[in-house]
Ligand binder design. Structure first.
Ligand code: NAD
Length: 490
């Protein structure tokens, strides 16, 4: 908590100037005061004035200038990579602050955030590496008798980067590091509830010497976000958030054919095959069915178990989860913190009631934990005897609520796993990796882990179906921010 308070003090020392526009900290022209609340004790740790539409316009104008006439898109990729490495080094120096900002605003446990925050400098270093190795200019020979062409990856332009609150820094950096590597300029709109990490990022980008206007940062809510996506100065919208907001954004972008990539919701399946070793399954299923108190898009919230092993698997999982300590996310022995905000608590409790009402059996939890009256805590909850028609199986709850469904045979398992509008991630557990690979091919999702749970920043991540369009991370994440131009030499 000490490092979090230090970061907050640094932000407060800027007084009213809480928006990063055109290389400087500026005061908002708006009037709505927003609170940042620590979810484990409900204390207001920071207040700031939400940006007004005039501030968004100023940020887009600055990013537009930096793109249209500024040096950034005109540097060689290798020159941009040097700046990206500087940002990575500066972020790495502030690792304890990054981890605590995540825990302090979202309630994610410190044991997790202190490891996962390394993705922040990791992404900048990774995209700096691609600045050196990616074929931004590809020499080709055509079909018309030795004619030559250069196929060029050009930056897509001014990017609106809009991100949610659950992993505020990492999700923003997926977009920012890739877009900067491509030569784009950016207006970032982080979630209003979790602006602190984005302040640290803006400070590091400024300290690295990236030119004014290339990166602008204005935390704010839906209305100001809506103004941003409709702005004709925005060429590309890189969005991570709910499927409902993603559909709206895709509709707005379609009107002017602005480029758009969408990282949306999920309802990922853990498919346990009949030969799976339960000790091995539990090592990843316990933490990754409820990461960040279940508030992660790829959380494994639907567990599919063979009918013959149903009782054994539900008991083993429930027993393991019941041993995870719920409490203050800053305590090293706590495995599950609070939900991130009061509206999340209402939402999750509402789904738990719906699960009970629709006839699922509560195998664990099902309410608020005893003795934790301050903070947005909810019990880790396991529902058994869930059927695919139940709301808790179909909708993204975004909380620590896991549903167990049994299946007859592998075909039945695949059918149930695919019986969803989502297609983000999944896991297959089996002692035969090639059998697992065959199941992974049949499951309709952007990524699948066999015998564990991995999301690697060097690999593409994103959704099939209503889980999104496009990929963040990996080489594909860079290509999200490139347009293809063919230049012929006649
Ligand atoms: P949300 O859609 O409510 O908000 C996400 C962001 O979009 C916020 O910054 C919000 O202010 C902004 N926003 C909302 N409506 C907007 C509009 N009309 N115009 C412009 N901006 C708008 O989502 P949330 O509650 O913050 O986040 C939770 C959701 O995010 C879950 O559905 C989760 O699965 C999803 N998510 C997906 C991924 C992924 O990589 N696929 C990662 C994390 C979270």
């Amino acid at each position: 908590m000490e490092n979090f308070l230090k970061t907050i003090k640094g932000i407060k020392d800027r007084g009213d100037a809480q928006l990063f526009i055109d290389g400087e900290w500026r005061k908002s022209s708006g009037s709505t005061v927003l609170d940042v609340i620590a979810p484990h004790n409900e204390e207001v740790v920071l207040q700031y004035v939400e940006p007004g539409t005039a501030d968004m316009d100023a940020a887009v104008a600055a990013a537009r200038r930096a793109f249209d006439v500024g040096p950034w898109p005109r540097l060689s990729p290798a020159e941009r990579g040097v700046y990206l490495r500087k940002v990575a080094d500066l972020l790495a120096e502030r690792m304890p602050e990054l981890a605590e900002a995540w825990s302090g605003q979202v309630g994610a446990v410190i044991g997790f955030t202190s490891k996962a925050s390394y993705q922040a400098p990791g992404l900048f270093n990774y995209y700096a590496g691609l600045c050196d190795s990616y074929p931004f200019i590809d020499e080709r020979t055509g079909s018309m008798g030795g004619n030559r062409a250069r196929v060029v990856g050009e930056p897509v332009g001014v990017v609106a980067a809009i991100t949610p609150w659950n992993a505020p820094l990492v999700l923003l950096i997926y977009k920012v590091a890739a877009a900067l590597a491509a030569g784009c300029t950016i207006v970032a709109k982080p979630s209003p509830e979790t602006p602190v990490d984005a302040h640290i990022l803006a400070e590091c980008i400024a300290a690295a010497g990236i030119p004014a206007g290339v990166f602008n940062m204005l935390p704010g809510g839906r209305e100001v976000g809506d103004h941003l996506i409709r702005h004709p100065g925005i060429d590309k919208i890189g969005f991570t958030g709910s499927t409902a907001a993603g559909k709206h954004i895709a509709g707005v972008a379609a009107e002017r054919l602005a480029r758009v990539s969408l990282e949306l919701g999920g309802k990922s399946a853990a498919m346990i095959l009949d030969d799976a070793d339960m000790d091995h399954v539990l090592q990843s299923l316990v933490p990754y069915s409820m990461p960040i108190t279940g508030q992660v898009c790829f959380a494994l919230t639907r567990v599919l178990v063979p009918k013959s092993r149903k009782a054994e698997i539900v008991d083993a999982y429930t027993n393991a989860v019941s041993k995870v300590k719920v409490g203050d996310p800053f305590q090293a022995d706590v495995g599950i913190g609070p939900l991130a905000m009061n509206r999340q608590l209402d939402r999750v409790l509402g789904y738990i009631e719906k699960g009970k009402a629709e006839g699922a059996r509560v195998a664990l939890g099902g309410g608020r934990p005893a003795g934790l009256n301050r903070g947005f805590f909810v019990e880790p909850t396991v529902f058994a005897d869930v059927t695919p028609d139940m709301t808790i199986f179909r909708e993204e709850i975004f909380g620590p609520v896991v549903s167990f469904v049994d299946y007859e045979d592998e075909a039945d398992m695949i059918a149930k796993a695919n019986d969803t509008i989502y297609g983000l991630h999944g896991a297959v557990y089996t002692q035969d990796p090639e059998r697992g690979f065959a199941v992974a091919r049949d499951y309709r999702a952007g990524s699948v882990t066999i015998n564990g749970m991995q999301v690697d920043i060097h690999m593409p991540f994103g959704g099939f179906k209503q889980s999104g369009i496009g990929r963040d991370g990996g080489i594909e994440g860079l290509e999200n921010y490139l347009e293809t131009k063919t230049v012929y030499f006649a």
